[in-house]
Each structure stands twice: as C-alpha cells, then as structure tokens.
Ligand binder design. Sequence first.
Ligand code: NAP
Length: 455
Amino acid sequence: MSAPTYDKLTAPTTGTRVVLPTSKFPDDPIVCLLRGDGIGQDVDGVPGITTSAVRVLDAAVQKAYGGKRKINWFDVHAGDVARSMYYPEVKDEQVGKLSEEEQRKLYIPDDTLKAFEYYGLGLKGPLTTPIGGGFRSINVFLRFRFDLYSCVRPVKYYKGVDAPNRNASKVDMCIFRENTEDVYCGIEFKSGSDRAKKVIAFLRDMGYGPDVLLDSAGIGIKPISPERTKRLVRMALQYAVDKKCPSVTLCHKGNIMKFTEGAFKDWGYEIAKTEFRDHIVTEDEVYKDFGGKAPAGKIVVKDRIADSMFQQIQLRPDEYSVVATPNLNGDYLSDAVAALTGGIGLAAGANIGDKAAMFEATHGTAPKYTGKNMANPGAVLLSGVLLLEYLQWFEAADAVNKAVEKTFAESEEIAKSGSGKKLFVTYDIARQFPGYTDKDGASASGFADRVIVNL
Ligand code: NAP
C-alpha cells in the first residue's frame, strides 16, 4: 500500500509506519492523534485533556527509554473540529438534508480515514455525536469500517478515589466486549413498516403465532457467529496468558437466548480448549479433577449468566479478572464496572482489530468544561497506557500507571491531613474528599505536571 496523499494533512516526516498485525514494533511508530472536541481540544492556547495526556505519555517514554523510543504523533481530525476545518460553510440546518455519506465526510473526513487506514494506530479524545440523524456515530462507524472487533476496557481501583462500592478496592478487571455483532448490527424494522410486516409473515410461516409475536411488533435481529465470537474470545484469552491473569469469564445470557448467547459461551469454551489447552483449566475441571482448587499457573475459564454477573461484580469483584462477552452485555457491564470504582474521568478503552487499533477515553466531550483546563485527562492518559502496552512498551506503561496511582494516593494523604489544601487531582476527584470542593482540584495540566514529577 503506497502512502496516501491528503487534502489538508501533513504526514510526519519522521517515524515508521506500523503494519498490523505484527509482534515486532518499531522504536519510532507513527500514531494518529485525534485530540477530539470539547474538553479534548486545545482552545486559544489552553490545552485540552488530550494534549495534557500526550505530554505525560511522551515524558514516560523518554524516561523509560532515554530517547531510544518515541511516538511520532500524526494530528488528524474528526467530529466538530473536523467539520469546522473541512466544511466550515455547511450550516447546522443543512446537515440533515445531506446524504449519510456526505454527513460522514463532515465528521470523519476522507483524510482521516486514509491516515488511519495507512498507519493503523490511533489515540482519540472524545468526539461530539453528529447532528443530522443520517450518520449516527463516529465511534460505531470506525469500529465497523476498520473491523475493530474487540472493545477492551480495563477497570481497576485507584487508591484515593472515592468509590461508591465498598468492594471497589478489589476491582481489577479487563472486559472484552464484542464490537461487530449482536443487536448493534442495525438490523431493525419499525413497527408497522412493510419490512417488519415481511419479516413477521416469514416468521408466521416458520410457526410463530400471535401468542409470541404480535403483528404490530417492531423487530430487531441479533446475529452472533462462531467466527466473530472466537476471534474475540481468542484475544481475551491471549491477554490473560500475556498478563498472567487468574481467570477468563464468558458472560452471556444463554439460558434464554440459546443459539446466540448460549452459542457464544460454547464457542468460547471450544477456543479455550482447542487453542489454549496448556494454559487453561475449566471451572468444571477444577471441581471434577482438582478438588476445587485451580492448579498453579493455570487460567480458570468459567462462565456466568449476565444477570448473576451484575451481582457478582458488586459482591465478589476479586473473583473476576478477564471477561469476554457479546456486544450488548459488554456495553452495560463495562460501564457498571467502571462506576463501581468511581470517576468517569478514569475510564480508559481501546477498540482493537487485526489490522487497526484505536485507543480512546470512554467519556464524552463534557462541553461545559471546554477551554477551561479543568477536566480529568486520566481516561485519555490511561487509554494511552493501553497503547503503550499494545506496542509492548511495558516499562513506560508501568511508569505511568504507578505515577497516576501515586498522584491519587498523595492527594488522599493531603486531604486526610485537613481541609482547604490544594490537591494534585482534578476537580472531579477533589470534590469527593470530605471537606473539599471542586475548587480545591488542580488544573488538568497541573495534574499532568504532577504525574510527570511522579514518573
Ligand atoms: P460527557 O461528555 O461524558 O459528560 C457528562 C459529565 O461527566 C460531565 O458533565 C462531567 O460531570 C463528567 N465528565 C465527563 N468526562 C469527564 C472528565 N474527563 N473529567 C471530569 N469529568 C468528566 O457526557 P454528555 O454530556 O452526555 O455528552 C457530551 C457529548 O459527548 C455528546 O455529544 C455525546 O454524544 C458525546 N459522547 C462522546 C463519547 C465518545 O466520543 N467516546 C462518549 C460519550 C458521549 P460533572 O458535570 O459532574 O463534572
């Protein structure tokens, strides 16, 4: 594939393109950077959260490798920022009249698609959800276009953060949510529409009477295939092997949806037993063959029904490490686990496929904080840590993790020593300490400065 030409972008003149899949990364990879809208963007010289996060990531890489390694960031654009750059003449009231493809170009210009397709790696701040209706979501578009089939959400507790659940300190999980199937495929037919009527007539033919299916029903289809399940579960299992995690849980609703969610569970076990046999033991085997205690060094593969899983993560979160789950369960579950530990400003994520990977904060653009240097850069920063781990730059990733932990812990100590002192954490964390308000928090760049000191 030859290097693309761009309308408004200038590719970095230094750095090496990463061609995925690979297990050998260059020391100077080029990574696309989408700073994002709202709190993601820099405004009149005031840094947004992405700029603050990137500063920490660069400092960690410099500290860990003394100049031998460096990420070459390639600024590309999406969301409102892209629209104002590429199509400033298009007014809000005109957007709804454009075709879906034209709307897509407003919010993800071809330049950005070409750059991401060529370079394969990206770090992304939050983006405004497009207006207009035809083109619904930049994130969903990117997932399908680049087959970013696994949404990876690590969640752990940071000491010093006031979490709503008293078991929060036991949370250390990574959720792998399937990104390309399930009810997210958009195969839906509106109640009363011709297409809904056609599908209902077909289902009547198959023997489903009005006792289970009314003529007036809207219809949604839930496809789940062996290929797409297995590649997701494979990625989760490989992560557990690489990180020496104690378990992988297949979270499903197979007691009700046997041929979709139930099949997800069965295909998950199949991959575990055929491709990871030396590394794993199933929970059944633990009880049947090992007297209820997993052999040392083996990953326990188990499954839980989704409703029970939502109880388990609150009551016994330490029994869960890696979780693999279909799209809709994963959507709910990853937010629920993140909420347990407090702080939406800390929810990191990545969307990973075989040929591309986009690392991104899971929160939105929090528009009221735009240009105020207040919002927590933690989620973008921790998404950047996932990027470092993906590049196998574990020393730099570990340094950031430890420095963030230290920054929270020292703020907790300061807060405990009396009220009214200046903390190193941003407003959203500061206001959680007794006797403290959002005014006692550090600026976003001040938090980043402190994390850099703590590296
Ligand atoms: P939001 O931007 O996530 O903000 C909701 C609230 O969450 C904020 O007002 C703030 O709470 C808190 N918050 C979010 N990020 C924070 C951070 N980094 N630091 C501290 N606090 C943070 O949700 P929204 O207002 O519903 O959505 C705004 C826009 O973002 C919409 O266009 C939405 O579609 C879009 N969105 C994008 C993504 C994405 O790109 N991945 C995800 C979700 C939403 P307080 O007011 O209590 O301080």
